[in-house]
Design a binder for this molecule. Structure first.
Ligand code: 2HG
Ligand code: ZN
Length: 479
């Protein structure tokens, strides 16, 4: 298969089979039209594809999979194409078909008693959040890419985001799935049961599988009652250790209310001010470390603002917090979240970045940041380091930038050396080399080293049992 060229893969017979199935508007063959589907958001991978197929139903997805299976053509499922690991980008040699779920964008059902939402894979996360909010509910998955990221991709990468500390990753939200299997059969597991102990939990196999076991076409997601009291504070703290101390303090006083706890180093916040000059800091002085902490409660009289002020007051008395500003209105709250959510875009505008999305036990986050910084600074003296992330989950984005003015291309050659250096530190804490962005193609080479043996062997057996011909997103996740 790898020698096949784009032209030989999509011959006229296949073209008409695909076009007959999904219609002219469901197929893109012209390289100008397919280009956007061949590059990842970070612009690290430039793939090539003979065709982008855009089905409108699970039945159409199933037919496309059967057509490809008969011809042993590989399929790359793609949602909003916001992934960080190149998991939805076809290979450069041009034989893999991209199957875009974006035309499957209906919310099928929302049940306020069951607190569930049944929706197609191509619904944008933000659209799903808004539909839930319109019914006084919340879909508690939130991330910077939510305007573009689609439910199928969020599930397939088991995305985390800003509210994991309270609600868990995408995995915890998934009650049911509809999946097209590699042989073209449709598994309808769209049950909305809170309890269902009937053998292996199939749906969880597909969560985080990055389209290597099948194509998620719809899901049933858990909702929660919409919070009516929310309090958000942006704080400067003296160190990453102080940030952790503040988390523990907030959890001690308000264990059920923390819905976000984000740590950020001073440099990453500076970067947002640089690339988004309209952004304003709510604090009068710059700091080397900040925290964004949000409490939320379904009851409108929870008094969270006072509670947050109270705990921050205690933290200031003990030197854990230097300064703090509470959002006084929903506009101020949105502006603070906007500051946080512009991190990825600010990085992209600054330079090429070597990203390490890693996790360690929550208690070890300050030690991890200190040791990883030391290890990288020793080996790569000129580079810039910026650490931030979902401290409440032990998930740190430990990112490295070229020195100011240095070339991106030279710097990117260091990617494996840098990632391996960071992962050696991750290993000291028994952490993970991928916390919430998945493996994709970028980190597939790490699987052997960090998940090899029984774990990787079991994954391979599952892969071959389901995808006998290896047509589902080959080259991703498994090395
Ligand atoms: C975030 O926490 C996302 O903002 C993206 O996970 C992180 O750009 C990144 O590396
Ligand atoms: Zn993140």
């Amino acid at each position: 298969m790898s020698e096949r060229t784009a032209a030989s893969v999509v011959n006229s017979e296949l073209r008409s089979a695909l076009t007959n199935l999904v219609g002219e508007k469901g197929c893109l063959f012209d390289p100008q039209d397919t280009a956007a589907y061949c590059e990842d958001w970070r612009q690290l991978y430039q793939g090539q594809t003979p065709a982008v197929v855009r089905p409108a139903s699970a039945a159409e997805v199933a037919s496309i999979v059967r057509i490809c299976a008969e011809r042993r053509i590989a399929i790359v499922p793609q949602g909003g194409n916001t992934g960080m690991m190149g998991g939805a980008t076809p290979s450069a040699e041009g034989s893999q078909i991209v199957l875009s779920l974006s035309r499957m964008n209906k919310i099928r059902e929302l049940d306020v008693v069951d607190l569930t939402m049944t929706l197609d894979a191509g619904v944008a996360l933000k659209t799903a959040q808004e539909a839930a909010a319109a019914e006084n509910c919340t879909l508690p998955l939130s991330m910077g890419s939510e305007g573009t990221a689609q439910i199928g991709g969020v599930i397939s990468t088991n995305a985390g985001g800003n509210n994991t500390v309270r609600y868990g990753n995408a995995r915890e939200m998934v009650l049911g799935l509809e999946v097209v299997l590699p042989d073209g059969r449709i598994w309808n597991g769209l049950r909305r049961l809170r309890k269902d102990n009937t053998g292996y939990c199939l749906r969880q196999l597909f969560v985080g599988a990055e389209g290597t076991l099948g194509i998620v076409t719809a899901a049933v997601l858990k909702l929660v009652p919409r919070p009516h009291d929310v309090a958000l504070a942006f704080c400067s703290v003296p160190s990453a250790q102080a940030a952790l101390d503040l988390f523990v303090l907030c959890r001690r006083y308000h264990p059920g209310s923390i819905q976000a706890f984000e740590y950020m180093c001073g440099e990453i916040v500076d970067l947002v001010f640089k690339h988004f000059p309209d952004t304003r800091s709510p604090l009068s002085q710059r700091a080397d470390h900040y925290v964004l902490v949000e409490l939320a409660d379904a009851s409108p009289d929870a008094g969270l603002r006072e509670k947050l002020e109270d705990v921050l007051g205690k933290a200031m008395d003990s030197g854990v917090v230097l300064d703090a500003a509470l959002a006084g209105s929903s506009a101020e709250r949105l502006a603070l979240w906007q500051l946080r959510e512009n991190f990825s875009e600010a990085q992209k505008r600054e330079a090429a970045i070597i990203k390490n999305d890693v996790s360690v036990p929550v208690s070890k986050t300050p030690a991890f940041i200190a040791q990883a910084t030391q290890a990288c600074a020793r080996k790569f003296p000129d580079i810039r380091i910026m650490a931030y992330g979902h401290l409440g989950d032990g998930n740190i984005h430990f990112h490295l930038f070229p020195a100011v003015g240095a070339g991106n291309a030279e710097f990117l050659k260091l990617d494996h050396a840098i990632m391996d250096t960071v992962n050696e530190v991750v290993r000291r804490f028994d952490g993970s080399f991928s916390a919430e962005h998945g493996v994709g193609q970028l980190k597939a080479y790490m699987m052997e080293k960090w998940r090899g043996g029984v774990e990787l062997d079991t994954m391979r057996r599952i892969k071959t049992a389901l995808d006998t011909m290896g047509i589902m997103n080959p080259g991703k996740v498994l090395p």
